[in-house]
Design a protein around this ligand. Structure first.
Ligand code: AMP
Ligand code: GLY
Length: 420
């Protein structure tokens, strides 16, 4: 297949790796990509949010499938003109991508679908925020309604901090005050074709910047998959996945279909396992990053077939994707100052060195300038280790990280510790 992938992060790098691992002779182009992706496949300097440009390119180059990686192009509507050209595209149209782009829209769909989530109030003025904070009580959860690149959510006991966070985002279209949900978080992805869904294997993300879940929220500092403790809580991973499919993913996709906004792409269910049951904390309209980097190495079913079947509305009747029994761990290396003010343009060393078996590096924000590899963003790269046991996989990931140099670079030291 000729596959065009939009995006420039480690998630897109992991998608490329998974497609190459099929050994099916796919021709892959990534726009715009990064230094790690460019070392493996063709990259192209094209604005991934410009739908008309992308659609014209895909038609002119006889692309068989377009895969949209990040949320910004989806929310901007990149998929719409591609689909109008009759080209299969993995990623929802703008109207359905509002499931991620607007927390208020997501809450409305969840209500229509009867999906379990926290109580919430949408506020567009500060006095409404204050009343909702008092009504729902501490800890306070305030969320920007629109996209905020991982910075839109604050969870705090400090009422004044909650108010000032809300004040900032009120100017950008409103906020959601939500009931605090307590329990372990799970990321579970589903392929969706507008009507049917197929599940991937669950992962856990580490959102806070510091060890022991301290410090600011980030886009994700590490992840692991699968989650062995689900066996204890739910009997088996399959039982857990099945409950989420039945009570969350399928009703959501059917509610979107009923509204005339069919969702074809990746439904990311961000879940909290509360003592009262599973609750949705957020939906995203694309693969999670860094969770994808630990889920796809375990996928045994060819990824290209699942992406294309989702884009073409053919998931119904297909068997569930198969996963290996291997475990996978990713540790993310971030720039000095991330997430508040990442310092970029610094040189990385040691990235080209030979890696132990089962270890790969997914690039997130890198560019090659001459023979130097420079950082271009906050999350720089992730070291992914896949193997038969968490203890050895995480040790391999940290050993490989020791060999990488970046002034001011930092990473968490406790990724997958609880399962090792
Ligand atoms: P989100 O961007 O909605 O995923 O929120 C980022 C992080 O904030 C989540 O991964 C949770 O750790 C935390 N969070 C969001 N909503 C809640 C909530 N209602 N209760 C507790 N923590 C939350
Ligand atoms: N890792 C969280 C996300 O992809 O939104």
């Amino acid at each position: 297949m000729r596959i065009l992938i939009l995006g420039s992060g480690a998630r897109e790098h992991a998608i490329v790796d998974a497609l190459l691992a099929e050994d099916a002779g796919h021709e892959i182009v990534v726009a715009p990509g990064n230094a790690g992706i460019a070392a493996q496949v063709e990259t192209l300097a094209m604005d991934p949010t410009d739908g008309v440009l992308v659609a014209d390119y895909a038609r002119d180059h006889r692309i068989d499938l377009v895969v949209v990686g990040p949320e910004a192009p989806l929310v901007a509507g990149v998929a719409d003109p591609i689909r109008r050209h009759g080209i299969p595209v993995f990623g929802p149209d703008r109207a359905a991508a509002a499931l991620e782009g607007s927390k208020a829209f997501a809450k409305r769909i969840m209500e229509a679908a009867g999906v379990p989530t926290g109580r919430s109030v949408h506020a567009s003025a500060l006095d409404e925020v204050a009343a909702a904070l008092d009504d729902l009580g501490a800890p306070h959860v305030v969320k920007a309604d629109g996209l905020a690149a991982g910075k839109g959510v604050i969870v705090t006991d400090d009422r004044d901090a909650a108010l000032s966070h809300a004040e900032h985002y009120l100017q950008q279209g409103g906020v959601l005050i939500e009931e605090f949900l307590s329990g372990p978080e799970v990321s579970l992805f589903f392929f969706a074709d507008g009507h049917d869904v197929l599940p991937l294997s669950p992962a856990q993300d580490y959102k806070r910047v510091g060890d022991g879940d301290t410090g600011a929220n980030t886009g994700g500092m590490g992840a692991y998959s699968p989650l062995p403790w689900l066996d204890h809580d739910f009997g088996s991973e399959a039982a857990f996945v099945d409950e989420v499919r039945r009570t969350i993913a399928l009703p959501t996709i059917r509610a979107l279909e009923a509204e005339g906004t069919p969702f074809r792409g990746l439904l990311y269910c961000g879940l909290v396992l509360t003592p009262q049951g599973i609750r949705v904390i957020e939906f995203n309209a694309r693969f999670g990053d860094p969770e994808t980097q630990v889920v796809l190495p375990r996928l045994r079913t060819p990824l290209s077939e699942l992406l294309l079947a989702s884009a073409e509305g053919r998931l119904g009747g297909m068997p569930d994707p198969e996963f290996s029994d291997d475990v996978s761990v990713i540790v993310v290396l971030a720039s000095e100052g991330y997430p508040e003010n990442p310092l970029t343009g610094r040189e990385l060393s040691g990235v080209g060195a030979p890696l132990p078996a089962g270890v790969t590096i997914t690039h997130a924000a890198t560019a090659r300038v001459g023979d130097r590899l420079l950082t271009t963003g906050g999350r720089v790269l992730g070291v992914v280790a896949t193997g038969t046991a968490f203890a050895t996989a995480r040790a391999a990931a940290y050993t490989a990280l020791d060999g990488i140099g970046l002034e001011g670079g930092h990473y968490r030291h406790d990724i997958a510790e609880r399962v090792s």
